[in-house]
Design a protein around this ligand. Structure first.
Ligand code: SF4
Length: 266
């Protein structure tokens, strides 16, 4: 896939984002194809941490930039009950960094999707919001249609069931599959972090406030002593979070209880 994308000339830099739990099965062809590997670390996913030393070794061998990010909280995502409040839908769409800032678009089965979420809304609700995607066709008008679709100020039909990047915060936990639907079965307005939405409507920066990038303090120092870097990798294998050595840049955010309190105060 990466090679096919590179062959189009769309970009000369490709980053693979993964939780890293299957990295030990990745072939050298994959390492050769990418420029950057971003590993998302979630509490309790041990295999991701176990694969960090391997990732460091391969990254060094293939000249790939390695980025580690930790996630401790998530924002609410979908609402099965949705809403018919168009003002709210419009605000969620305008504040949505996935569609408007990060350019996190998706291609699937010959269709272009403004965001991956709109694919899942269709699967979750079993309906087909037809105007939420664009057929990829080999026609001169396609570029113009694509730009119009991406830049449209009109929310997708899916936005009535999705809180984009302004869902209320919750501490990370792994739900059993049987509870997925129950967790999403709320009216959409109950899932919105209104303060954060107001903030995002004013400041459309690129920050993902749930992502905590981990950076080794004194990178230059470690460059002079690569063996020390290997020691830290080894320690991380045993779950040591290396808080002394790792700089955790936490984006501005309120805690989950504040997010929830705002909701109950309303
Ligand atoms: S469906 Fe969700 S992620 Fe996609 S544009 Fe609407 S609010 Fe954003």
């Amino acid at each position: 896939v990466i090679e096919a994308a590179r062959a189009t000339g769309i970009s000369n830099r490709f980053c693979l984002t993964t939780n890293g739990s299957l990295l030990h099965t990745a072939s050298d062809d994959l390492w050769q194809a990418i420029d950057e590997l971003e590993i998302s670390l979630y509490p309790g996913i041990k295999k991701s941490r176990e694969n960090i030393p391997l990732a460091r070794k391969k990254a060094e061998q293939f000249g790939v930039q390695l980025t580690l990010c930790q996630y401790e909280q998530f924002r609410a995502t979908f609402s099965l009950q949705g809403t018919t409040d168009f003002t709210l839908i419009n605000n969620i769409y305008n504040a949505c960094r996935i569609a408007n800032v990060w350019g996190c678009h998706a291609v699937r089965d010959g269709f272009f999707h403004k965001c991956p979420q709109s694919i899942y809304v269709q699967l979750l609700l079993g309906f087909e919001p037809k105007n939420d995607w664009l057929a990829i066709v080999d026609q001169p008008s396609f570029q113009e249609n694509l730009l119009a679709f991406i830049n449209s100020p009109v929310p997708l039909a899916s936005c009535a069931f999705c809180v984009g990047t302004v869902g209320r915060l919750a501490d990370y936990s792994v739900l059993p599959r049987r509870l997925y639907r129950e967790d999403l079965d709320h009216p959409l307005p109950d899932l919105v972090d209104n303060d954060w939405m107001e903030h995002c409507l004013i400041t459309q920066d690129t920050i993902d406030d749930c992502k905590i990038p981990l950076q080794v303090k004194g990178a230059r120092f470690f460059a002079s002593f690569p063996w020390l870097r290997r020691v830290t990798s080894f320690l991380s294998l045993f779950g040591a979070d290396l808080n002394i050595l790792v700089h955790r840049w936490r984006p501005p955010q309120r805690n989950a209880s504040e997010s929830l309190r705002h909701k109950t105060d309303k």
